[in-house]
Design a protein around this ligand. Structure first.
Ligand code: AP5
Length: 218
């Protein structure tokens, strides 16, 4: 299965990606995680990207496209993959299509803006694995520690309220148009055209997981 996960910042893409990847035994390819790793490793790319990400802006298309295409060439992607946070602009979606990267399903998780800020202000992550928690809605077994490794959890630099508002604005301007674009693409019904599915991202993590399982089987 080859899946694109679309949705606003904080819609629950990372949370649900873990379940979907287990369901299909496919790797999660999160451009956000890859870029944060480059920042943490202080690579030349990471040094350039840190200020853009912390300002809630998107990094340049050509860099992200090259990074994803290179990653998709690795052997663990042979039986499928889940793209989390990519594509995020029309230009990225067109580059994916032009590179003949097969996609079976584009899945949108839709959450109203008013729920996003509350979600992101309580988010804690385990950077090494990408596991995501929330102090109230999805707490770790032990406060501040990852359930599996016991390592410390951290908060993201870009989860400050003013940055979240910027990220939401960027999402509505640059990423949301992809929903219409993929819906139109589905109507062309040509060979290799991905189906488009949408789930409402409100309710418990388990309820959304169940809706996603149904949507992907449909
Ligand atoms: P990225 O890391 O992709 O961030 P994002 O898309 O903004 O999404 P988030 O990771 O913030 O949210 P999510 O939907 O995964 O939600 P989560 O599951 O964590 O990108 C970061 C930055 O990198 C971008 O701003 C950009 O600069 C750059 N970048 C990345 N990709 C790029 C690209 N393709 N092009 C250019 N630039 C790019 O959930 C959020 C919280 O809610 C958690 O605490 C979770 O526990 C909680 N939660 C989850 N589900 C529920 C629920 N049902 N009820 C209540 N709480 C819930």
């Amino acid at each position: 299965m080859r899946i694109i996960l679309l949705g606003a910042p904080g819609a629950g893409k990372g949370t649900q990606a873990a379940f979907i990847c287990d369901m299909f035994s496919i790797p999660k390819i999160s451009t956000g995680d890859m870029l944060r790793q480059a920042v943490a490793d202080q690579t030349p790319l990471g040094k350039k990207m840190a200020s853009i990400m912390n300002a809630g802006q998107l990094v340049p298309d050509d860099m992200v496209v090259a990074m994803v295409i290179q990653r998709l060439g690795q052997s663990d992607c042979r039986n499928g993959y889940l793209l989390d946070g990519f594509p995020r602009t029309l230009s990225q979606a067109e580059a994916l299509l032009a590179a003949n990267i097969p996609i079976d399903c584009v899945l949108e998780i839709r959450v109203p803006d008013e729920d996003i800020i509350q979600r992101l202000s309580g988010r804690w992550i385990h950077p090494a694995s990408g596991r995501v928690y929330h102090v109230v809605f999805n707490p770790p077994l032990q406060l501040g520690k990852d359930d599996i490794t016991g390592e410390p959890l951290i908060q993201r630099e870009d989860d400050r309220e003013e940055t979240v508002l910027k990220r939401l604005k960027v999402y509505h301007q640059q990423t949301q148009p992809l929903i219409e674009w993929y819906q139109q693409l589905e109507k062309t019904a040509g060979p290799g055209v991905p189906k488009f599915r949408k789930v409402l991202g409100l309710g418990t993590v388990q309820e959304i997981r169940d809706s996603i399982a149904l949507a992907l089987q449909a």
